[in-house]
Ligand binder design. Structure first.
Ligand code: FAD
Length: 292
């Protein structure tokens, strides 16, 4: 099923993101966790793609497996910046052959040795190039793209970021999923600005439940997200105790999601970090709201 259909539904729903193993030898460790998450029957699941393509082959395998065995609609992520035209064309052929209907088209992060000033020699500079190729591929993909309520770290400012986001959407993107954020007001502000800029596609807020203090450090470094004082106090107080932090992190994420639903959001995407117990606890907290 195409994700855009799910997003156009009127009821509140929850989708999950999982990631493939970083090295092939850990596939068997990751698989059971992903299966447990799929058994929760979220509205859809997305499977990330290694920026350098390292574990890229598992993205497709996992997306196919979840869809075939659990009947959960899936979305395969695909990045382009570290790839050649040939490898991307091959990936698109594989997605088509596997009957994958939903693709998250991403640029991918630049590796430390990549400088934008050298980008003339790259096959891909931005996600928009991949969106165009997916559209021209002849497959009727439902295409998702990334967006950044707190501005992408490489952008000069939000106006420029939203200008490029609009171009990406106009190139054929059906919906956009946000980077994680911990203050919903930032999302509401962003929604207002993109609607003003003429971006009308559905926006799927991405929520990351923080269950370890060390995970928060990594997440903030990666995303540059603002940490509200209310959340900082929780981490300061419970960060040293894994059980307490898990409970508090689940409660904080649940609170954020309920506020999003109450303010008109329909589908929220949960960055599960391959933790079935966290996904289950949040889903249980929302059971009457999402009808699970
Ligand atoms: P782009 O849309 O290309 O934007 C990158 C930067 O370039 C922005 O500053 C933008 O404003 C600017 N820009 C865009 N178009 C132009 C243009 N035409 N001219 C000049 N500047 C432009 N990474 C992975 O490796 N694997 C994943 O599976 C993955 N999944 C993700 C899922 C979500 C929901 C999000 C939010 C991020 C994900 N990422 C993933 C991280 C993502 O790859 C990085 O954030 C990356 O740095 C940017 O990717 P993008 O697709 O947003 O790039």
């Amino acid at each position: 099923m195409k994700i855009i259909k799910i997003l156009n539904n009127d009821h509140c729903s929850l989708s999950f993101e999982v990631f493939p193993p970083k090295v092939s030898t850990s596939f068997e460790q990751v698989k059971p966790a992903i299966e447990k998450i799929a058994k929760l029957r979220p509205s859809f699941m997305s499977v990330t793609y290694g920026a350098g393509g390292g574990t890229g082959r598992y993205t497709l395998d996992i997306a196919e497996d979840i869809r075939n065995r659990y009947g959960v609609p899936t979305m395969a992520h695909l990045t382009c910046v570290s790839s050649t035209k040939e490898t991307v064309a091959e990936k698109i052929r594989e997605l088509k052959a596997a009957g994958i209907q939903n693709v998250m088209a991403l640029r991918g992060d630049l590796t430390p040795d990549m400088k934008l000033s050298d980008s003339d020699s790259w096959d891909y500079c931005h996600a928009i190039d991949l969106v165009r190729e997916l559209r021209e591929s002849g497959a009727d993909f439902c295409i998702g793209c990334a967006c950044y309520p707190e501005v992408h770290p490489e952008s000069a400012n939000q106006t420029e970021d939203i200008k490029y986001l609009k171009e990406k959407v106009d190139a054929g993107c059906d919906f956009i999923t946000t980077q994680m954020f911990f203050d919903n007001n930032l999302l509401y502000n962003f929604l207002y600005k993109i609607r003003e800029a003429g971006i009308t596609v559905p926006v799927v807020p991405g929520i990351m439940p923080i269950t370890r203090a060390v995970q928060l450090e990594r997440a903030l470094k990666l995303s540059g997200s603002f940490m509200p004082q209310r959340f900082k106090a929780i981490v300061d107080r419970f960060g040293h105790d894994d059980f307490a932090m898990t409970q508090a992190g689940i409660a904080y994420a649940t609170d954020q999601i309920i506020d999003l639903y109450a303010n008109g959001v329909r589908n929220v995407h949960l960055y599960t970090m391959n933790k079935p117990e966290v996904a289950r606890a949040i889903q249980n907290n929302l059971s009457s709201i999402i009808g699970k």
